[in-house]
Design a protein around this ligand. Structure first.
Ligand SMILES: [Zn+2]
Ligand SMILES: [Zn+2]
Length: 77
């Protein structure tokens, strides 16, 4: 059977395992958060929320208690 390498950066869903890819919607209200959106807030554990929900929660992640900060829209450049 040929070896098929995994492709990094591909969004994977449907498994019970942890998904560490960039999330594309608010975990609280489901607002779409595109990778380039400046409306996204993220904690150190990659819990992702929209700016509205983050503000309502005083920028504190309800999952881990970490601080929610603006998610970088791009790396490098
Ligand atoms: Zn939200
Ligand atoms: Zn968190």
């Amino acid at each position: 059977m040929p070896y098929v390498p995994a492709r990094p950066g591909r969004l994977t869903t449907g498994n019970n395992g942890a998904v560490l890819e960039m999330r594309t919607q608010c975990e609280k209200c489901g607002t779409p958060l595109e990778p380039m959106s400046t409306n996204a807030r993220i904690c150190s554990y990659e819990c992702t929320f929209c700016a509205s929900c983050a503000g309502a929660m005083a920028d504190v992640c309800p999952n881990c208690g970490g601080q929610l900060v603006p998610r970088p829209t791009r790396v490098g450049g």
